[in-house]
Ligand binder design. Structure first.
Ligand code: HEM
Length: 326
């Protein structure tokens, strides 16, 4: 009897382990339950990007801000309630653009009509980001499916989980490496700054304090700094003032971001930091010289970021609306 009992415990533990390990993301997750999945997302993002060209950059940043703090579970999409201050109301997330949330909401609405209660908001965000990156010229990468939506979203979990533009490089590096990303992956991912904007308040403290003669590699190119001062004049009264992250090809996903850094044409202190720090400079130089290498490393790092600490199986839920926990 005792032996039977032990066998039963061993067997049930083994099957539990097997079950929990077998639930992973797959590429054909919605093939039967929602065959229109890919087409609906593709159509939604195409329409949105054409009417609001800043959507691609905003959505890419939204994915980072969803995934890095506590996994890709769509928790950044949840709105605050009178009882809970949600992640999206954490200070650093207040500048996430409405268009990025909107593209996810649009895709979710269309998907709920086609296949109710089936597709997670976390999967929508991951696939929409990939499609948008590709649309603006970036590399295609594979996004596995089957993420579930998280049931927790708390603003208090965000500080220290995302890099600030003014953080020392060691802190920025720590945020990525403590989550299992290599330095090379961190630099490749930062190539995301080849598109999109930064608000003046993110870098204004640095643009009055720059070296007046070459080499400019530690700070801003002086003429560029003067240009930024002009573009940002009066930003205290107009907080919407912003400038392109990559002044050369702001709307095109390419390796020009890495080429402008050595010229002192980066916008954020952290952009300059990537070139100035001996640990990250070799990767900046490699990507500046070879766009194919940047694209293949970026694609691999995005796949990894999109899968970071996902929840699957019977964890979490499929949210009815992306902005509210069921
Ligand atoms: C290395 C550390 C990083 C820091 C300190 C940083 C910081 C920032 C800041 C301050 C902005 C400006 C936000 C605004 O003013 O609205 C920004 C924009 C952006 N960031 Fe980063 N970022 C980092 C890495 C990344 C990574 C790894 C990605 C994506 C994988 C990313 C994607 C973006 C995008 C696409 C934008 C433009 C957003 C838009 O146009 O709405 N960033 N980042």
């Amino acid at each position: 009897m005792e032996i039977l009992k032990v066998c039963f415990i061993l067997l049930s533990t083994a099957s539990f382990l097997w079950l929990s390990e077998s639930v992973t993301l797959t590429s054909d997750y919605y093939q039967k339950s929602c065959p229109e999945f890919r087409q609906i997302i593709q159509q939604t993002v195409t329409n949105k990007q054409i009417t609001s060209p800043s959507t691609a950059a905003g959505t890419l940043r939204l994915l980072l801000h969803d995934c890095l703090p506590n996994g890709c579970d769509g928790s950044v999409l949840v709105s605050s309630t009178p009882f809970n201050k949600a992640e999206r109301d954490a200070d650093i997330n207040l500048s996430l653009p409405g268009d990025a949330f909107d593209v996810v909401v649009r895709a979710k609405t269309a998907l709920e009509l086609a296949c109710p209660d089936t597709v997670s908001c976390a999967d929508i965000l991951a696939v929409a980001t990939r499609d948008l990156v590709t649309m603006v010229g970036g590399p295609y990468y594979n996004v596995l499916l089957g993420r579930r939506d998280g049931r927790v979203s708390e603003a208090s979990t965000i500080p220290n989980a995302l890099p600030l533009a003014t953080s020392p490089m060691s802190e920025i590096i720590d945020i990525f490496t403590s989550r299992g990303f290599t330095l090379q992956e961190m630099v490749a991912l930062s190539g995301a700054h080849t598109i999109g904007f930064s608000h003046c308040k993110e870098f204004s403290a640095q643009i009055y304090n720059y070296s007046k003669s070459p080499p400019y590699d530690s700070q801003y190119n002086p003429r560029f700094a003067q240009g930024l001062q002009k573009a940002c004049s009066g930003f205290e009264n107009n907080p919407t003032l912003s400038v392109f992250n990559d002044i050369m090809t702001p709307n095109k996903f390419d390796n020009s971001y890495f080429q402008i850094l050595p010229k002192g044409l980066g916008i954020l202190k952290s952009d300059h930091g990537l070139y100035n720090d001996w640990r990250t400079r070799p990767f900046v130089e490699a990507y500046a010289a070879d766009e194919n290498k940047f694209f293949s490393d970026f694609a691999r790092a995005m796949e990894k970021l999109s899968n970071y600490e996902v929840i699957t199986g019977n964890q979490g839920e499929i949210r009815h609306r992306c902005d509210a926990i069921n």
